[in-house]
Design a protein around this ligand. Structure first.
Ligand code: H79
Length: 577
């Protein structure tokens, strides 16, 4: 990501990012004409995300645009939406000023296809939101679909009305997209960020034009990571994607509460409040922000199921926000089996997703602990603890005596006051349950060629694995030696397609397991989008006979390239037998 674009020095970039780093949690709002069909067209349920209905059902422009004449959200109340974001503990609000369907929620002189000029409602809902955000101290940010616009004959995405060979993208940029970006940056006061999306095959010059337009009008306004060509102020993960390890630099996960962004009547697949709080602390523990979506109805109402969950999250944050707001990532790059670690200078927060035994052990903390207490305990009563070192494996261990009952039904937080900057052993340490988790993206890659072909993508895997010469290596600290089952996790494409039958092997130095990747189990991963599944393949058993450091290597001995998808490796787990 080019974070020093526009001549910004690192210091001024840091200054610009400050509110965003402090915020950690924002509200995404997907609202537009698609809320009217709510996922159903001509009586038929249309698959996929709600705001894509025009595309999925191939609805002609002259039919779809008629929805504007019926868009009359009489229940819309900007104050109520802003109040909900505040109550949820969200610090910024990003709304779809224009989504792929081309309809603008703001008053636009560049195109009459907008809320004020094309609907019976006639109110500039963005102006009303801007006013309420300002009053409430919430940063207002705009999503803008810069490349796809299914309503404009020269933009991308609509190949059922327009012929891609006859399109002139520059014309669309000049007459609609750039003028509209200028409008949203001049009509509503200071804007926190412009959130571009789906750059597709946009050229670098076009991306620069979109980014320049922002910085010229509002130098302090951030640009997200989807303008194109890795230009922007921070990195955007894939939709609903949480990386498997801590990442360097600023990043954000945009995510849904159910499976859709724009309102869909029949999408009832709501995530539980507990799993939402877990995602929040997981993201913060890896250094990111959580931009969580609501999709209001065509009447202008945020669904009750969303309101309920957000209010509960807000209640949790009221008590436990210290572990989230302004917090940095975990001092360790790796996930913990029991929950997530966040930090501040002099503080480590253990965010327990599952409440452990009375005698809890944390591996790898190198900082000296001065005090331990439960964050929700107003009296900050001391929890007894002890720090020592396992000499065989050279693992630092902190033992804490906890109460037998969990303090919070979602996530319980234990605070450790430590001396100075929190520090943890960066090694992969065997987990307390005996398993060893080897994440593909944290391996060191041995490749005979200059520069590896393998890339860690936005979806949490190593991608582009089409040739056999790469070897992945991990250094592991083993506490309890033994025999382990080798389980390989690979990821399907968006939609579930998967190429198996690769032959892979795992070598511990003293024993080796080899096998074919067969689909033993297909699983969802809460850290990835619902349409990307994980395939679990057991390839055999290995032995590690002594405690201490061990180097583990993984390679593909034969890759099946029939479909050309390659191996998308997420992780290898060693499970003690
Ligand atoms: O605004 C939200 C989405 O509309 C947008 N990004 C988030 C923040 C987005 N644009 N593209 N995508 C997400 C990927 C879309 C994939 C799919 Fe489909 C849309 C899968 C199902 C519907 C297009 C149509 C690909 C397959 C069928």
């Amino acid at each position: 990501m080019t974070t020093e674009y526009n001549g910004d020095s690192k210091a001024s970039h840091n200054e610009k990012m400050q509110w965003w780093r402090e915020a950690r949690f924002g509200m995404f709002i997907h609202w537009g004409l698609y809320a009217i069909p709510q996922g159903i067209w001509k009586g038929k349920e249309i698959d996929g995300i709600g705001e894509w209905i025009m595309h999925r059902a191939r609805i002609p422009v002259n039919k779809y645009e008629k929805l504007a004449g019926a868009f009359n959200p009489v229940e819309f109340n900007a104050k109520r939406w802003v109040k909900l974001a505040k109550r949820a503990g969200m610090k910024y609000l990003t709304i779809t000023s224009k989504h792929h369907d081309g309809f603008a929620l703001f008053k636009s002189n560049a195109s009459p296809y907008n809320m004020v000029d094309a609907t019976p409602f006639k109110r500039d809902v963005i102006a009303e939101l801007a006013k309420e955000c300002k009053k409430a101290g919430l940063k207002l940010c705009f999503y803008y679909s810069q490349k796809q616009d299914w309503h404009h004959p020269d933009a991308s995405g609509n190949d059922w009305d327009f012929n891609p060979d006859e399109q002139d993208f520059a014309k669309y940029m000049e007459e609609k997209a750039l003028p509209q970006v200028k409008e949203i940056l001049t009509q509503y006061g200071p804007i926190g960020m412009i959130w571009y999306d789906t750059p597709q095959d946009i050229t670098e010059a076009q991306t620069r034009a979109f980014v320049d337009a922002v910085y010229e009008l509002q130098p302090d306004c951030l640009v997200n990571g989807r303008a194109g060509h890795d230009i922007g102020d921070y990195r955007s993960m894939g939709d609903n994607m949480i990386p498997p390890v801590r990442l360097k630099g600023d990043w954000e996960t945009p995510a849904t509460l159910n499976d859709t962004w724009g309102f869909k009547k029949n999408d009832k697949n709501w995530k539980s409040t507990k799993s939402l709080v877990c995602r929040l602390v997981d993201i913060v523990s890896k250094g990111g922000n959580y931009l969580l979506n609501v999709g209001p109805t065509a009447e202008g109402v945020i669904p009750n199921a969303s309101v309920k969950r957000l209010k509960r999250m807000g209640k949790w944050l009221k008590v436990n926000g210290e572990s989230v707001y302004g917090a940095s990532a975990s001092p360790s790059p790796h996930e913990q089996s029991w929950g997530s670690i966040t930090s501040k200078p002099g503080r480590v927060y253990l965010n327990f997703v599952s409440w452990p035994d009375r005698k809890f052990k944390l591996y790898g903390l190198q900082s000296k602990v001065k005090k331990a207490y439960i964050l929700s305990d107003r009296k900050k009563k001391d929890l007894p603890f002890k720090q020592e070192n396992f000499p065989d494996s050279d693992v630092d261990v902190l033992r804490i005596n906890l109460h037998s009952s969990r303090p919070d039904k979602y996530v319980s937080v234990v605070v450790l006051k430590v001396e100075g900057e929190p520090e943890m052993d960066p090694s992969i340490i065997q987990q307390a349950d005996g398993s060893v988790v080897l994440e593909a993206v944290s391996a060191s890659i041995q490749s005979p060629e200059e520069g590896s072909q393998l890339v860690s993508g936005r979806f949490g895997t190593l991608e582009n694995w089409l040739r056999t010469e790469h070897v992945l290596q991990w250094d592991v600290k083993v506490i309890k030696p033994g025999i382990f089952d080798v389980m390989v996790f690979s990821q399907t494409e968006h939609g579930g397609e998967w190429e198996g039958a690769h032959r892979v092997s795992l070598d511990t130095g003293e024993s080796k397991a080899s096998g074919e990747l067969l689909e033993n189990e297909r699983k969802s991963n809460p850290r990835t989008d619902v349409l990307r599944k994980e395939i679990l393949s057991r390839i055999g058993r290995v032995m590690v006979s002594r405690a201490g450091r061990s180097t583990i290597a993984f390679q593909a001995d034969h890759l099946n390239t029939e479909k050309g998808l390659g191996l998308k490796l997420r992780a290898v787990h060693l499970i003690p037998v």
